[in-house]
Ligand binder design. Structure first.
Ligand code: AHG
Ligand code: MN
Ligand code: MN
Length: 313
């Protein structure tokens, strides 16, 4: 675009959305989230790893990074003019934000997934789910867009609006430039990323993991959903699971903030996502903090998970 510091080949996020004819309000929303992520990445890189409620060197109130990230996002979304409803993993209440009635979208988000990994310097992310209208309690199939930002050695943004999955990289000017349209996943793969304690697995999940190991799958688990998922998505193979556990039949991960957006992205990349019985995107949410077991990745492996769980539990 002729701006200094850019090569002509780089397509930034806004231009990409315009070229894809994404409507103006949704473009606005995605770009607001992308802008918010610049402040979040800055807080992660430079901020005190404060505990909420304590004060820093200067006597100012210190915020835990997940609380700070939540405030950054909530502010941007509230003043974007295109959002009417917000729900966040951090606040756990539905917030109506539309003062002049122009907001078209309802947004659910996890401002900082994996926040306990920041102090050991592992990768973390922000996850966002977007619906048209003001009903946040809809099955994920109704999402019109979903995205995540991964704060790793690089900061990347991955989104879908229901027409493929695209990855962007934050450059030295803190602008997101298109790196790739994500390729479709293989039918089955060689990576597995198993959450939860194995001694609490059901017979079906134990059989699944044993089978993956017999087939030579490699273990890849960092403890952060965003980087673990991103690895499978971009390598184009494998499965992430956070299953139902003994004593935790609904698993750990949250439907609204974590599962729905990741499931939408995964299906758009040709993979599948299930709670072990039905597709994640068909689950009707009953409460905002609902959790579901998760099996997400290559189609054949998700089918295998469903089959073994139906047989063995
Ligand atoms: P959050 O930090 O938002 O509470 O979620 C962390 C999640 C997710 O990133 C990861 O897949 C999972 O918790 C890891 O849980 P375990 O430590 O039980 O494996
Ligand atoms: Mn989370
Ligand atoms: Mn979180």
């Amino acid at each position: 675009m002729g701006e200094p510091g850019k090569t002509p080949m780089q397509i930034d996020l806004r231009r990409h959305l315009r070229e894809k004819e994404i409507d103006r309000d949704l473009t606005r929303l995605i770009c607001e989230i992308a802008d918010a992520s610049k402040y979040i990445v800055n807080s992660i890189r430079t901020g005190d790893l404060g505990v909420a409620g304590t004060s820093n060197l200067y006597g100012e109130e210190q915020l835990a990074l997940d609380v700070l990230s939540d405030r950054i996002l909530r502010k941007r979304l509230t003043y974007s003019g295109v959002v009417n409803t917000i729900v966040s993993e951090e606040t756990d209440e539905i917030i109506k934000v539309d003062s002049n009635g122009s907001g078209r979208f309802a947004v659910a988000y996890d401002p900082l997934d994996g926040s306990s990994l920041v102090d050991v310097n592992l990768a973390v992310g922000t996850i966002v789910s977007i619906f048209e209208g003001d009903d946040i309690m809809q099955p994920g199939r109704k999402q019109i867009a979903a995205l995540y930002v991964l704060y790793g050695p690089r900061t990347t943004l991955v989104y879908t609006s229901g027409d493929g999955v695209y990855e962007f990289n934050m450059n030295h000017l803190m602008e997101y430039t298109l790196t790739q349209k994500v390729s479709l996943l293989a039918e089955s793969g060689g990576i597995y990323s198993p959450g939860g304690q194995r001694n609490l697995y059901s017979k079906g999940v134990e059989a699944l993991v044993s089978k993956l190991e017999e087939e030579g799958s490699k273990l890849r688990y960092s403890g952060g959903l965003v980087p673990d998922f991103n690895q499978i998505l971009l390598k184009g193979k494998g499965m992430f699971l956070y299953p139902h556990l003994k004593g935790k039949p609904q698993g750990k991960l949250r439907l609204l903030y974590e599962l729905n957006p990741m499931a939408f992205i995964m299906e758009q990349a040709g993979g599948a996502a299930s709670n072990g019985k039905i597709p994640i995107l068909d689950v009707q949410p009953e409460s905002i903090d609902q959790t579901e077991p998760l099996f997400i990745g290559c189609r054949k492996e998700v089918e295998l998970a469903e089959r073994l769980i139906a047989e063995l539990g």
